[in-house]
Write a protein that binds this ligand. Structure first.
Ligand code: HEC
Length: 219
């Protein structure tokens, strides 16, 4: 009798425990049988566990390595990611190659042939105007006539600022035929008395400005 009672109550207890495992919801996934059948080992591209014995206490795999070892012993630095081939050039966020022409006269001449990767949409021109006003207008003037406040000199808060000499009048005949590539190059490296703007203005925005300058010239 006693024995039957014990057997029955342990059977009830065991099935209760078993049923408890079936409960899942919210953040609780329930009790999983053999979780490594559902969850693959996380392979991180850069950081990895190189200690082959890490996690041997959880389960020893057939290959003798610990459960957490996840390095790739064939790749450099035991990374899971492969190193890019030598001389790989990283592209910019919009898939462009970086501008690698140098700051020299040959590159300046070659830049004439560059083609603006942006279309002449109204949005591009509007953004070009925005950046022109921020970076160029104070010297080159609102209509690119070379008559910005800095070019002319101005009195600001009672202090005289002398004129910045030689600012190009981009509406003049000498500049009518400059290409968008030429303007892009000049913004990048500057030219003569004009300083470089490559570090302040992204390549995409330089192309927008170039488009806007050409549109100003036609006005
Ligand atoms: C600090 C004043 C100043 C600012 C700001 C400035 N420029 Fe200039 N820019 C000049 C001067 C000065 C020249 C004449 C350079 C020379 O020939 O010595 C010039 C020349 C140019 C030329 C003619 C280059 C050539 O082939 O001779 C272009 C195109 C030009 N600037 C575009 C721009 C654009 C676009 C911006 C804005 C991103 C800009 N500049 C900002 C002063 C400035």
């Amino acid at each position: 009798m006693q024995l039957i009672k014990i057997t029955v109550s342990s059977a009830v207890l065991a099935s209760c425990l078993l049923l408890l495992g079936c409960k899942a919801g919210g953040d609780h996934p329930g009790v999983e049988y053999a979780p490594n059948m559902y969850h693959s080992v996380a392979y991180e591209p850069l950081s990895q566990i190189t200690d082959e014995s890490a996690g041997t206490w959880v389960n020893s795999l057939d290959n003798g390595r610990g459960e957490y070892f996840n390095s790739n012993q064939y790749n450099q630095y035991k990374m899971n990611l492969r190193l890019p081939p030598a001389n790989t050039v990283r592209r910019t966020a919009n898939g462009w190659l970086p501008y690698r022409a140098g700051n020299d006269t040959i590159s300046l001449r070659a830049a004439d042939k560059l083609i603006n990767p942006l279309d002449s949409t109204e949005a591009v021109l509007l953004q070009g105007k925005f950046y022109y006003e921020a970076y160029c207008q104070h010297c080159h003037g609102a209509k690119a006539g070379g008559d910005g406040l800095v070019a002319q000199g101005a009195k600001i808060d009672g202090v005289d600022h002398s004129a910045y000499p030689g600012v190009a009048n981009l509406k003049g005949d000498a500049y009518q035929n400059i290409t968008e590539g030429h303007i892009f190059h000049v913004i990048t490296y500057g030219k003569g008395l004009m300083g470089a703007h490559g570090s302040q203005v992204s390549p995409e925005d330089r192309w927008k400005i170039a488009k806007y300058v050409k549109s100003l010239q036609k006005k």
